[in-house]
Design a protein around this ligand. Structure first.
Ligand SMILES: [Zn+2]
Length: 114
C-alpha cells in the first residue's frame, strides 16, 4: 500500500503546517502528481479519505489532485514534447539527448486553512 503511506505523510505535513499557522480546520489540500511519480490518483484519494478522519483538523479536508503529464525537452533542437518516460526520442530531430521537464512531481502546492 504505497499510496497509504503517502497519504499519511501528506497528513503529517499538513498537520505541521496547520499548527504553525494556528489553524483550527484544514479546508483543502492541493496536490500535484506527475505521471512518472508512480502514484495512482484514485488509490491516493481513497487512502487519504480513509485516514483523514483520525484528526478533527483534517476530518473534512478535501484532497484535490492535479495530474501533470510528462514533458520533455530536446537539448539540441529545443523541441518540447510529451513522452511516456525517460528514454525517449525527439520527434523533431530524432535525437536522444533529452531532459525531463515535468512528470516526477509529488508535491503539495497549497494548503487552505481556517
Ligand atoms: Zn530534437
Amino acid at each position: 500500500m504505497h499510496e497509504l503511506s503517502i497519504a499519511i505523510e501528506i497528513l503529517d505535513i499538513v498537520e505541521r503546517e496547520a499548527a504553525k499557522h494556528g489553524a483550527a480546520v484544514v479546508r483543502r489540500v492541493n496536490l500535484r502528481v506527475g505521471d512518472l511519480s508512480g502514484v495512482e490518483t484514485e488509490s491516493l484519494a481513497f487512502s487519504f479519505d480513509a485516514v483523514k478522519g483520525e484528526k478533527d483538523l483534517t476530518r473534512d479536508t478535501i484532497l484535490s489532485i492535479e495530474r501533470l503529464p510528462v514533458k520533455i525537452r530536446c537539448t539540441p533542437c529545443d523541441e518540447v514534447f510529451h513522452g511516456a518516460g525517460h528514454m525517449v526520442v525527439c520527434p523533431q530531430c530524432e535525437g536522444f539527448d533529452t531532459q525531463l521537464l515535468q512528470g516526477e512531481e509529488l508535491e503539495i502546492e497549497d494548503i487552505i486553512i481556517d
